[in-house]
Design a protein around this ligand. Structure first.
Ligand code: ITT
Length: 195
């Protein structure tokens, strides 16, 4: 029972391993397939990009693949950074991205935002399962907390009275966009996997 997680983002991989802990599945990531180079994510939506990643890795490995495309949407700036979240400030540099976001939001009163995740799972026979997850919150004016990755230190979750970076991994996975998408995936998984 092997699934390849089609990601180069080690933090995503850690969250997935955690969420799948109770299932009897052996995980690999792109680290285990150095021959797979960079995959060009040139889709126009989270779902298109997740599908591009999942299909590319499935083609090259012939194994079941799980791909995640995710990002932050801040409503007052037209849902930026959206599908460009990873490289908002040019490089894949979390602190530069956060800095750019704070600059863009400087003086803005309405700081509501959401995180989105689209998960695409492809099984042996090439069939595809798509689920989405979401988390609402607001963008703070400065970072809080050291856990997590990406925009976590700026993303405040009102119901928890803390940022995602102030939560431990279990707390974050319980409420996060990625955790919510995974819950949907698990609801369908056993049935779908065997069919
Ligand atoms: P892969 O494509 O290799 O999976 P990536 O990091 O490039 O890795 P995406 O293209 O999906 O992945 O970009 C997602 C970006 O959105 C990610 O780099 C973060 O900046 C942000 N992001 C996604 N989920 C997040 C989370 O749970 N917490 C904080 N930031 C997140």
């Amino acid at each position: 029972n092997t699934i390849v997680i089609a990601t180069n983002n080690e933090n995503k991989a850690i969250e997935f391993r955690n969420m799948f802990a109770s299932k009897n599945i052996n995980f690999k990531t792109l680290k285990d397939f150095p021959e797979i180079g960079a995959i060009k994510e040139d889709g126009n939506s989270f779902e298109e990009n997740a599908t591009i990643k999942a299909q590319a890795v499935h083609r090259m490995t012939n194994l079941p693949v799980l791909a995640d495309d995710s990002g932050l949407q801040v409503h007052v700036i037209n849902d930026e950074p959206g599908i460009y979240s990873a490289r908002y400030a040019g490089d894949h540099d979390d602190s530069a991205n956060n800095k750019k976001l704070l600059n863009k939001l400087s003086g803005k009163k309405n700081r509501s935002a959401n995180f989105k995740t689209c998960l695409v799972l492809i099984k042996h026979d090439g069939k595809k399962l798509v689920v989405n997850g979401e988390l609402n919150g607001t963008i703070l004016e400065e970072s809080r907390g050291d856990n997590g990755f990406g925009y976590d230190p700026l993303f405040y979750v009102p119901s928890m009275e803390k940022t995602l970076a102030q939560m431990n991994r279990t707390e974050k996975n319980k409420i996060s966009h990625r955790g919510n998408a995974m819950k949907k995936l698990f609801n369908e998984f056993d049935n779908w996997w065997l069919n």
